[in-house]
Design a protein. Sequence first.
Length: 104
Amino acid sequence: MTVEVLLENNGYLNLKELADRFVRERIFGIGSTIKGFIRNYKDKRKPWYLSGVHSAGNGALMRISPVLIPHIKKPSNELWADTLLSTLLTHNDPFAISSSNCFR
């Protein structure tokens, strides 16, 4: 889903669109953190940036690779923000965010 959002938005990571896709589309191997995010975003109607669950699981880290792609061709400091926000979307935890930034 992350790759699709990037491709459809010319490399821009539209996190609202990604959040909407998490709710709309089937997710294979969905974990409890994503389920919590969906519950917060869809059922409780929290904004995407407040729907992340306090979890240091590895699900957000698994989504980081696609986030790097636009920055390979055109490096920028926005990579830090994209990494942080794509993690925060579902895993609102300082350890998850730090791990994602270290990995990238």
